[in-house]
Ligand binder design. Structure first.
Ligand SMILES: NC(=O)c1ccc[n+]([C@@H]2O[C@H](COP(=O)([O-])OP(=O)(O)OC[C@H]3O[C@@H](n4cnc5c(N)ncnc54)[C@H](O)[C@@H]3O)[C@@H](O)[C@H]2O)c1
Length: 378
């Protein structure tokens, strides 16, 4: 694979590298690792990339890699740049025959997301969107139990994603990650809802199998001087009848990364929290609560397939990320061999990317509108 972004000046690129190395299925062969040429070269050297495959811009990387003999050429690119540098490299990679792994939110605008979908459909190439939280074994367990009807028909979804790291005007205090995330020219139409609200919305749809059909959003910019929302709440109506509430805040002072989802059906509910990811709580109407734990024999095949160690050995964020890479690598491998992939393999796709961008645009429009219910338009 080749990596775009993710140099020594970056956050998530290093997490991707740990994840993709976990199963020995993928080799990082080249990179255009930073927009700063010096850092791109230094970062490539630190990763022992071959000298002629350390690039100082992604255009050169994609062009030169596509001209290499097939046995040397990369199969896919991973894009881990800020949101405003997602669409162009993704489109260029697809046009040159490379599959794509890309960070969320998938593009800068919904229109770009739709163009990317057209290209994916036209080329038949694979695209994996790294909604990391869908890679956790207990999230897979939750999804399987909902699909099997364990809770009965789903009535209520509460998904909350509080973080506290933007409680001050960090973008003016030299925090590079805060600087682009709060700049509408680099982040997109929304701040908190684009950055973490999209994860929460994806998780709710992923587990329930229901799609957001209508919403009523209220976005806030709490910290004076900030250019985008840093907090917000949304009432949700899903297409199969559930209703819900989504809260995303980056000014919840003291919170780390407290993504939590609670889902209730006719017979009972479930609760999963990202900071305690090896546990899934099941709450029953007239029975005591159950505590399901990662690595246990009673779990579904979906949960077991995405778990690596026996019960009692903590697994977390890096393993969840690695599950997405492993599933993507197996899907690619099946494609090259002309086989159908194992049905347990899945990862968020181009369609999730389009929905994520539609989520941002609909939420911003709803928040600016006086209309109570806003139809989720794709
Ligand atoms: N899935 C997750 O849980 C998760 C977590 C964090 C970030 N993200 C997403 O990952 C992306 C990157 O976020 P981050 O926090 O790592 O950002 P960052 O600012 O830490 O790193 C961005 C990197 O991209 C590089 N870059 C910028 N323009 C470039 C260009 N034209 N060519 C090559 N490299 C370029 C920068 O030099 C830097 O190395 C964002 O889209 C963000 O939303 C996802």
């Amino acid at each position: 694979m080749g990596m775009i972004g993710g140099g020594k000046d970056a956050f998530i690129g290093a997490v991707h590298r740990i994840a993709l190395n976990m199963d020995g299925l993928i080799e990082l062969s080249c990179g255009a690792l930073s927009h700063n040429a010096t850092l791109a070269i230094e970062s490539g050297n630190e990763l022992f990339l071959e000298q002629d495959r350390i690039y100082t811009n992604y255009e050169e990387m994609i062009t030169k890699e596509s001209q290499l003999p097939e046995d040397k050429r990369i199969h896919f690119v991973t894009i881990v740049t800020p949101n405003f540098v997602h669409f162009e490299p993704a489109m260029m990679a697809l046009e040159h025959g490379f599959h794509v792994v890309i960070e969320k939110p998938m593009t800068f605008t919904l229109e770009q997301a739709k163009l990317l979908k057209q290209k994916v459909d036209e080329t038949g190439l694979l695209l994996c969107l790294t909604h990391t939280y869908s890679g956790y074994p207990m999230v897979r367990q939750a999804r399987k139990m909902v699909a099997d009807g364990a809770l009965g028909s789903i009535r209520k979804v509460f998904v909350e994603y509080p973080q506290g790291w933007l409680s001050r005007l960090s973008e003016k205090e030299g925090n590079a990650q805060a600087a682009w995330r709060t700049d509408p020219a680099k982040s997109g139409k929304s701040g908190s809802m684009g950055d973490i609200g999209t994860h929460a919305a994806h998780l709710a749809e992923f587990i329930t199998g229901q799609k957001i059909a209508q919403l009523c959003a209220s976005l806030n910019t709490v910290v004076p001087g900030r250019m985008l929302d840093d907090d917000g709440g949304i009432l949700l109506r899903f297409d199969k009848g559930a209703t819900g509430v989504l809260i995303a805040s980056q000014v919840a002072a003291g919170e780390e990364n407290n993504l939590r989802i609670r889902i209730y059906g006719e017979k009972g509910g479930m609760e999963w929290c990202q900071q305690e990811p090896n546990t899934l709580l099941l709450k029953w109407l007239d029975e005591p609560m159950q505590v399901y734990r990662t690595g246990s024999g009673y779990l579904s095949d979906e949960a077991k397939y995405n778990s690596r160690v026996p019960a009692g050995h903590p697994e977390g964020y890096l393993e969840a990320f690695a599950n997405l890479y492993r599933n993507f690598a197996y899907a690619l491998s099946a494609k090259y061999k002309g086989e159908s992939p194992n049905p347990l393999i899945d990862f968020p796709s181009i369609d999730d990317g389009v929905r994520g961008m539609a989520f941002i645009e609909n939420v911003v429009a709803s928040s600016q509108s006086d209309k109570k219910w806003w139809d989720f338009v794709l």
